[in-house]
Design a protein around this ligand. Sequence first.
Ligand code: NI
Length: 257
Amino acid sequence: MKLFDTHAHLDEEAFHPDRAETVRRAIETGVETILTIGTTAESSQRAVDLAATFPNVYAVVGIQPNYVAQMKPNDWELIETLSTADKVVGIGETGLDRYWDYAPIELQRTYFSKHIQLSQKLNLPFVVHCREAEADVVQLLQQEAADAPLKGIMHSFCGNPETAAACLELGLYISFAGMLTFKKNEELRETARQIPLDRLLVETDAPYLAPVPQRGKRNEPAFVKHTCACLAELHQKSPEEMADITTTNAKTLFNIG
Ligand code: NI
């Protein structure tokens, strides 16, 4: 089994007691590569440090939309600096979030655009967080696509088929997390069934929202196999085949050999 967890927050406190063990368990389960994603300037710095520590961990740097109102004066410059550090393979997570009222939507839009433009400048994929803001996210992506082609991921996708179609049209990949396995999410599974194989990715979003049968526990990269198995069933593939497909897609997108 060759798995690729495209989205984890390995720097979070939840992993303080056993971070190295967590990475080792992932490797033993067949997870070849883990992307650890920054949510603030500090967390992005930690992501870069973790990538330097663990051979199979790579970093994505950015400011998550819920944190853009708390940015300090040089935080964006730090993200720009970190974006060219060793083993940084993407920009994010960025996007729009109307669920939590932590940052004004206009400020979120400003930084979403800045992340996309940095991604275009460096030719690195961006990672989109979208919560209760599907129409706004699609609109902004379409605007940015007018300037230069987009290369990116809709992370922990839980949107409707129309949003998925619009994102596919823009050339984006669709990444599924543990929510795909939740009993009530039949509509999401129906959407996942319609995504072309060459645009599918899997992730954990660890330590959050562990997939069934680990639901309720702290999530960790080793659990990505459950989401992959669910996706495999939806596409009538074996878990090994789906692991191969999603790992090849992630390696191509993030240019990891
Ligand atoms: Ni995340």
